[in-house]
Each structure stands twice: as structure tokens, then as C-alpha cells.
Design a binder for this molecule. Structure first.
Ligand SMILES: Nc1ncnc2c1ncn2[C@@H]1O[C@H](COP(=O)(O)OP(=O)(O)OP(=O)(O)O)[C@@H](O)[C@H]1O
Ligand SMILES: [Mg+2]
Length: 295
């Protein structure tokens, strides 16, 4: 059975998506792994890093996005879609065998509809404790969606949105590991601490019904600048993280600021395919190797 790995940090813009898509691509391209990327963010950055906006619009018109799988669960009576996850997954994105994408959507779910459905369920079951019903839903949502294809992949990478929404909690509950990208800046580190606290709470709140067994795979520093003055400051910040989490949690591979990484989105493929010789791409490959060793 393969690994399900979530990429998360409460803080936005710290490199979660860029790391997810480049890691996924390295795993497929350099290690021949079967990889699925699931875009859980309505900003659809992972989707647009792996396919063109035109292709995305076409698929959305055909109801071939993650939104329709959620809809079948939260809104079965009204759902128009009868597509399976296999129908929705786009195989061989970026023309790379082994790299598959479950495209996200700009409109994923309506919180009100979720609350309404869970309230109805709780009432029908005579369940007094609404929190139990809600927690159970979170725990199984992404797990159940992925179940039909879980065996088909060596890696399923879940690109979480910033913050801590329903899909992030459900992704963490479905994952074996999580990767925590961070910029070497104080606020990004606050994001690490907040997420760590939330994951602890998530484990506690589910303990009675089922064990959530997610482990941190590593903290990855991204967008590190080589400038000497910055370099010294970044080192001080990183030192704090080492003190908090232990040196073994920090990935040795750090992702530098590299314009090739940012520019790759224009070609609808990650930097490791578009500019494999760039510094950023080399760092992603090192990171992939390091994470495989850790696993
Ligand atoms: N190593 C890098 N060098 C240069 N630019 C980068 C690098 N990594 C990421 N970027 C750019 O920084 C921005 C934020 O990166 P990314 O989208 O990966 O972060 P994120 O944590 O997923 O953001 P969000 O929280 O909004 O989902 C993007 O425009 C991306 O292209
Ligand atoms: Mg992102």
C-alpha cells in the first residue's frame, strides 16, 4: 500500500503547492512511482501548475473536478454527477507517465450545506452529540473518496489550502504523513506551531472513535535567499525551529528562491520538468531523495 502525504501550513504563500507538484513530478519522473496529486485548495494552484487554464475549464464544464466527488457525498439527492473518481482523475499530466491529477475547483463545497446535511443525519440517528457526527464526517470524507484508487498509487499527495478548513482536517485524518513547508521567517514559523497544535487537538478529538495516526515527515524550508545578510538572519530563525522540533525533523534539502520555479507555472508544468537544471529543480530532487530515505 502506498503513502498518503498532506502538505500543510496554516500560513499562506510558504511554498506548499510548489513543493507538492515538484515532489510529485520527481517521484514519477526520477523514481518511476505512480503518483496522484489532489488539489484541496479553491485557489487551484496545484491544478494550474499541472494543466493549462483552458484544459481546466474544459474539464470543469464536463464536471470532472474534485468538487463533484464532494458533492456526491454532501448532497447525494441533488447531485447531478454520477462520475467515479477514476472518471475524474486526469492521467499522465504534463505528458509524464505515472503522474496523475485529481483537479481541484474554484468552488469546492458550501459549509452551510455540509452543516445542514450533518444536522439532518444527527437528528435521524438520534445522535445527541453533534460534534461526534461532525468529527466522523471529517475523518471519512477524503478517506472514502480516495478508497477506490488508494491501491493504485505509490504516493497520493494532498495539497492543502492555507488555514485549517474542513478539507485540511479531513486530509490530515486520511494521511500517513504530512510535510510542513515554511519560509525562514517568524510568521511562517508561527504557522508551524499553530498547525502542530491543531494536529494534536485533531488526534485528541477523534481518540474515542478511531485513532488518527499521522506523523510529521519533515519541515522543509522554502524560498531561502542566498544573500549574506538574509542568510544570517534566516539561520537564526531556523535555529529556533531546530530547538522547537529537533534537528531530525528539518529536511537538509532547502529550496532556494529561483525565478525558474515561479515561472514554470506559465508553461503549465513544474520547474523540475520545465527547467530541470535550475537550482530550484536540483533542490526539489534532493528533497525527494531525502524524503524517500526517511520513508
Ligand atoms: N523556490 C521558489 N522560488 C521562487 N518563487 C517561488 C518558490 N517557491 C514558490 N514560489 C512562488 O511563491 C508563491 C507562493 O508559493 P506557493 O503557491 O507554492 O505557496 P503556498 O504555500 O501553496 O500558497 P497558498 O498558501 O496560497 O496555497 C507562488 O507564486 C510561487 O510560484
Ligand atoms: Mg497552495
Amino acid at each position: 500500500m502506498g503513502y498518503v502525504i498532506a502538505t500543510a501550513n496554516m500560513k499562506g504563500g510558504v511554498g506548499k503547492t510548489t513543493i507538492t507538484v515538484n515532489l510529485a513530478t520527481c517521484l514519477a519522473k526520477n523514481y518511476g512511482k505512480r503518483v496522484l496529486v489532489l488539489d484541496l485548495d479553491s485557489q487551484i494552484s496545484a491544478t494550474l501548475s499541472l494543466m493549462s487554464p483552458i484544459e481546466f475549464a474544459k474539464r470543469r464544464k464536463q464536471s470532472k473536478t474534485f468538487r463533484y466527488l464532494i458533492d456526491e457525498i454532501i448532497n447525494p439527492a441533488r447531485s447531478q454527477s454520477t462520475q467515479t473518481i477514476q472518471d475524474i482523475i486526469q492521467p499522465q499530466v504534463c505528458n509524464l507517465p505515472g503522474l496523475n491529477l485529481l483537479p481541484g475547483d474554484i468552488d469546492l463545497y458550501d459549509e452551510f450545506v455540509v452543516s445542514e446535511m450533518l444536522h439532518q443525519q444527527a437528528t435521524a440517528l438520534g445522535e445527541q452529540d453533534f460534534e461526534t457526527v461532525w468529527n466522523r464526517f471529517e475523518r471519512v470524507l477524503i478517506n472514502n473518496i480516495l478508497k477506490p484508487v488508494r491501491q493504485e498509487y505509490d504516493f497520493i499527495l494532498l495539497d492543502c489550502a492555507p488555514g485549517y478548513n474542513l478539507l485540511t482536517r479531513s486530509a490530515l485524518a486520511a494521511s500517513d504523513f504530512y510535510i510542513l513547508p515554511a519560509k525562514p521567517e517568524p510568521l511562517s514559523i508561527v504557522g508551524i506551531q499553530l498547525l502542530e497544535r491543531r494536529i494534536g487537538q485533531l488526534k485528541d478529538s477523534h481518540e474515542q472513535e478511531a485513532k488518527i495516526d499521522i506523523k510529521m515527515l519533515g519541515i522543509v524550508f522554502s524560498m531561502c535567499s542566498g544573500n549574506l545578510l538574509n542568510g544570517r538572519y534566516y539561520k537564526q530563525v531556523m535555529h529556533r525551529v531546530v530547538e522547537d522540533f529537533g534537528v531530525e525533523k528539518i529536511c537538509r534539502a532547502q529550496i532556494p528562491v529561483d525565478v525558474n520555479v515561479a515561472k514554470a507555472v506559465d508553461s503549465f508544468m513544474p520547474a523540475v520538468l520545465n527547467a530541470p537544471q535550475s537550482g530550484g529543480s536540483k533542490a526539489f530532487l534532493q528533497l525527494t531523495q531525502e524524503l524517500l530515505e526517511k520513508l
